[in-house]
Design a binder for this molecule. Structure first.
Ligand SMILES: Nc1ncnc2c1ncn2[C@@H]1O[C@H](COP(=O)(O)OP(=O)(O)OP(=O)(O)O)[C@@H](O)[C@H]1O
Length: 282
């Protein structure tokens, strides 16, 4: 069997667990550091060197293009470049969720900061203003009135990147001090955790505490629908509990699972579920 490529510029807890899971199953693998990755075009006839590629790259651009290049060489990538492109952009994700009828917070988008203030007013305060790209909740702001919105949007307008001038807004959902993370691998739900933290951003990267969350149909169904909507693969679906049930916030394409694994202990093996899905793709 040709080796499975594990694409990652950093070997963290998650990648170590994945290497160990591959070794336990006797699957040959090669760690490919994306910082040392290059390919000459026109040589695709060389044929695929890997049975599949598991993309664990944190850098969005390197991850996206690594999957794209390997796919062009006939290597099935997990996740696929198209999925990474959708998940890496909050608006593209929201549009796919909307198309699939997945419940999500009320969301609006404006193509200039000035129009953003109007759109926020129409959505109704308080609102969350988020960058289209990025993670760990960085640069997201909860604003309670028009004046505060205008201050944030003025900062946005001053930023050099045109992408920062696109304003993505959401109602601030009054949630019970926690998020829910559901990990999906293909058509299987690996498990779910609650993530508790102080403040309105309760995601794990900001120091949240993870606890196991029961897999109820009202959670599993929107999580699987969200994963399918973005194209499927190994995905972390983030949900918050609204007054009428779970709402999908976003879908992450490079799942960090340390808190999740610690919360579940021996009951769930995320790395093994990931490897099992990659072998299906191979
Ligand atoms: N509309 C909302 N209402 C209430 N809380 C929200 C809303 N949007 C985001 N949050 C909170 O802020 C956190 C960060 O938001 P979001 O997940 O959109 O940002 P991110 O930068 O993509 O983070 P990550 O990719 O690390 O999950 C969420 O985990 C959630 O706790």
């Amino acid at each position: 069997m040709r080796p499975v490529a594990v694409l990652a510029s950093r070997v963290r807890y998650e990648e170590k667990r994945i290497f160990a899971a591959l070794e336990r199953r006797g699957v040959p693998y090669a760690h490919v550091d994306t910082r040392r990755f290059s390919a000459e075009l026109g040589r695709a006839a060389d044929g695929p060197r890997y049975a599949a590629a598991l993309n664990r790259e944190i850098s969005h651009s390197r991850g996206l293009y690594a999957s794209m290049i390997l796919e062009a060489r006939g290597v099935p990538a997990v996740n696929r470049s198209e999925v990474i492109a959708v998940c890496g952009d909050k608006l593209r994700t929201s549009l796919e969720l909307e198309r699939a009828g997945v419940p999500a917070p009320r969301t609006a988008v404006a193509l200039t900061p000035d129009e953003g203030a109007e759109a926020a007013e129409r959505l109704g305060f308080p609102v969350v203003i988020k960058p289209l790209t990025g993670s760990w909740g960085r640069l997201a702001a909860a604003v309670r009135d028009r004046e505060a919105a205008q201050t944030v949007l003025e900062h946005r307008a001053a930023l050099p990147s045109p992408l920062q001038h696109i304003v993505y807004l959401q109602e601030l959902v009054d949630k019970p001090g926690r998020d829910i993370r559901v990990i999906v691998a293909g058509e299987a739900v690996v498990g779910a955790t609650y993530r508790y933290a102080d403040g309105w951003r309760t995601n794990a990267a900001r120091g949240a505490r993870s606890e196991p969350c029961p897999l109820t149909p009202e959670l599993v169904e929107p999580a699987l629908r969200a994963a399918r909507a973005v194209g499927g693969g190994i995905l972390g679906v983030d949900l918050i509990e609204g007054p009428e049930g779970p709402l999908v916030l976003e879908v992450n394409h490079t799942v960090e699972f340390r808190g999740f694994q610690d919360a579940h202990g021996e009951d769930v093996d995320v790395a093994d579920a990931i490897v099992s899905h990659v072998l299906e793709a191979a």
